[in-house]
Design a protein around this ligand. Structure first.
Ligand SMILES: Cc1ncc(COP(=O)(O)O)c(C=O)c1O
Length: 399
């Protein structure tokens, strides 16, 4: 993978900055910035409303974006709902589906490694409905105790919702096995793909999930947009998440009926320019990034970082090191005697951007018995030179 060539496409990275916080959000290539500017300069109008040419053009661009982003994850166009991002997508399912299909005593399976976005919405609906949360426990290295899943599921299990890849430990979960467990008991299956869609090929039909949630800003797209895949069979069974304009077939003062999906699930003016920007991001990935090469590149950066930190005795790498070296895109660690925030601030002074904290995963931090971690996360434009600069900076502080 020619990371230097790819880096040239990212205007922000032309500054003297080493951006190693891609799990939080990725940088944007010029084509995405241009797509937003072009839309606002030449095509801006509301969608699905106007019958003048400009409005038709905006609608076309928005629906073309839906078709292309849907195709990118292996979905049909009407199976992709644009949302604000992963958080809204999971709240959508927990609320719209959960309100109608969860009852007292029903069970929801999540895991201890999940991001708060895949924990708190379930807690909230469980509280409202008297349902019960069960979390798949973790082994010491943070991987899921898959052998415990058969003991957690039963006829009361209504949904299994887990992250595809952990945003803290970089662990790839066995979503196929989890889907099979869901099917055994007639439960639905949701994948939080926030950390996977930009890093590997994701195909909802091959995964055979019911819902898949992701964020545009973590895959080179703008903020304020993401997606929720809803399997077609569920479209008529699920009520809208929000209500208002753009989703109505017929309305009186007292009742209303809905349009078909996807409009049914997109009340109000959608994120139009952001959808066009996300489409440009997807095109950029398709044209410039080979996922096999990306995996090798990111795993090699993880391995180089892990090896380079090994002789610093104060540093403890979290997570399954061998898996990270084989297919990781991020590395988290703690530094004995130094708070993670201090480490991030120190390397930040050298122009190196890394994340520090609990990464919106307090149950995991609690399980790992750490207050905060430093997280270094890679994408296609990162280089071995950047990893070496980080290693050298940490050696200067700690050796
Ligand atoms: C695994 C995972 N799930 C959910 C989210 C939430 O994504 P967003 O803040 O874009 O809604 C993130 C973001 O860090 C994440 O990494």
């Amino acid at each position: 993978m020619d990371s230097a060539k790819i880096k040239q496409d990212f205007p922000l990275l032309q500054q003297n900055i080493m951006y190693l916080d891609n799990a939080a959000t990725t940088q944007k290539p010029q084509v995405v910035v241009d797509a937003l500017t072009k839309f606002y300069t030449h095509s801006n109008a509301n969608v699905h409303r106007g019958i003048y040419a400009l409005a038709e053009q905006a609608t076309q661009l928005y629906e073309d974006a839906r078709a292309e982003v849907a195709q990118f994850i292996g979905a049909q166009a009407n199976e992709l709902i644009f949302t604000k991002g992963t958080t809204e997508s999971i709240n959508f399912v927990a609320t719209a589906w959960g309100n109608d299909y969860l009852n007292e005593g029903d069970e929801i399976i999540i895991s201890t490694m999940d991001h708060h976005s895949n924990i708190i919405p379930w807690q909230q609906v469980a509280k409202r409905k008297g349902a019960v949360i069960k979390a798949i426990p973790l082994y010491r290295d943070g991987t899921l105790q898959m052998d415990q899943v058969p003991h957690l599921i039963n006829k009361k299990t209504k949904i299994i919702a887990v992250s595809h890849i952990s945003n803290v430990l970089g662990i790839h979960n066995d979503v196929h096995a989890l889907r099979d467990y869901a099917r055994q008991v007639g439960a639905l299956f949701l994948i939080d793909a926030a950390q996977s869609v930009a890093h590997q090929a994701v195909d909802v039909k091959e995964l055979d999930c019911d819902f898949l949630a992701f964020s545009g800003h973590k895959m080179l797209g703008p903020t304020g947009i993401g997606g929720l895949y809803i399997k077609k069979d569920l479209h008529d069974l699920i009520q809208p998440y929000q209500f208002g304009g753009g989703m109505i077939a017929q309305a009186s003062e007292y009742s209303a009926t809905w349009l078909k999906a996807p409009q049914k699930f997109e009340a109000g003016t959608p994120p139009i320019a952001q959808a066009v920007g996300l489409c440009a991001a997807v095109r950029y990935i398709k044209n410039n990034i080979n996922f096999d090469a990306l995996r090798q590149h990111e795993a090699a950066l993880c391995a180089r970082l892990i090896d380079g930190l090994q002789d610093l005795k104060q540093i403890k790498i979290m997570g399954p090191i061998e898996q990270l070296k084989e297919k990781g895109h991020l590395v988290s660690f703690v530094v004995d005697g130094h708070h993670a925030h201090d480490i991030a601030a120190y390397v930040g002074q050298q122009g190196i951007c890394v994340r520090a904290g609990q990464h919106c995963a307090q149950p995991l931090a609690c399980f790992l018995q750490v207050e905060a971690m430093v997280r270094v996360s890679f994408y296609a434009y990162n280089s071995t030179e950047e990893v070496d600069a980080l290693i050298a900076t940490l050696h200067k502080l700690l050796a």
